[in-house]
Design a protein around this ligand. Sequence first.
Ligand SMILES: Nc1ncnc2c1ncn2[C@@H]1O[C@H](COP(=O)(O)OP(=O)(O)OP(=O)(O)O)[C@@H](O)[C@H]1O
Length: 236
Amino acid sequence: MPPTEIRDLTVRFGRRTALSGISADLDDGVLGLLGPNGAGKSTLLRALATLVTPTSGSIRLLGRTDLREIRRRLGYLPQEFGYYPRFTAREFVEHFAWLKEVPAAELPLAVDRALTRVGLADRADEKLKKLSGGMRRRVGIAQAIVNDPELLLLDEPTAGLDPEQQVELRELLRELGETSCVVLSTHVMGDAGACDQIWVLESGRPLFRGAPDELGSGNLEERYHAVLRANRKSAA
Ligand SMILES: Nc1ncnc2c1ncn2[C@@H]1O[C@H](COP(=O)(O)OP(=O)(O)OP(=O)(O)O)[C@@H](O)[C@H]1O
């Protein structure tokens, strides 16, 4: 897969800077974005999903320039998702597969596979309004992976999942990360520990980038807080 290139990316909303001068090449593997509320995680995911225009700098997604082609190759789970309560899980995922131009002949199998991968094969024909919040989150993940995306962007994918489902999702993401680039945001240290790389963001800048075990000694949560504390001390 051609890498995604981020160059000096800055995103401002009015006077507020959400992302500040970020550069990186994103390749296959699982990248976890950590950081306090307002650090810029969702904005970075939305920018990668082509939904936020950089104020300055650039993003070259998957080595391509054609927006329609890029969107066909992306998967995106936003933090808040508008579900259609009367759709079944299958209809909902089918709808997104169609939007992403999955060929009609491949569509039923692709939908089945995505629902199976998130553990919902047996609930596929139930209406979304009858599923639990965690199950609906998994339907959201199914729509994001239905086109076998080269770049999968997940905003807090484990939020609302029970511990067993969290573990299963991490395994799925590791599997997907072997052949695609997976970027997720999370506040759950267990998610972060399962990533190949993590970034700790604050105020739109990465304070740390590297493998989880490169963050320092102690447990991951302590190390994460130590990075934030050190940054705040030096800024004071
Ligand atoms: N559409 C918008 N309009 C104005 N400001 C915005 C908008 N989206 C984000 N922001 C601001 O940009 C900054 C980064 O927000 P973002 O949602 O990216 O943070 P986050 O790290 O995802 O936070 P959380 O952990 O709460 O989801 C915040 O200060 C936020 O208020």
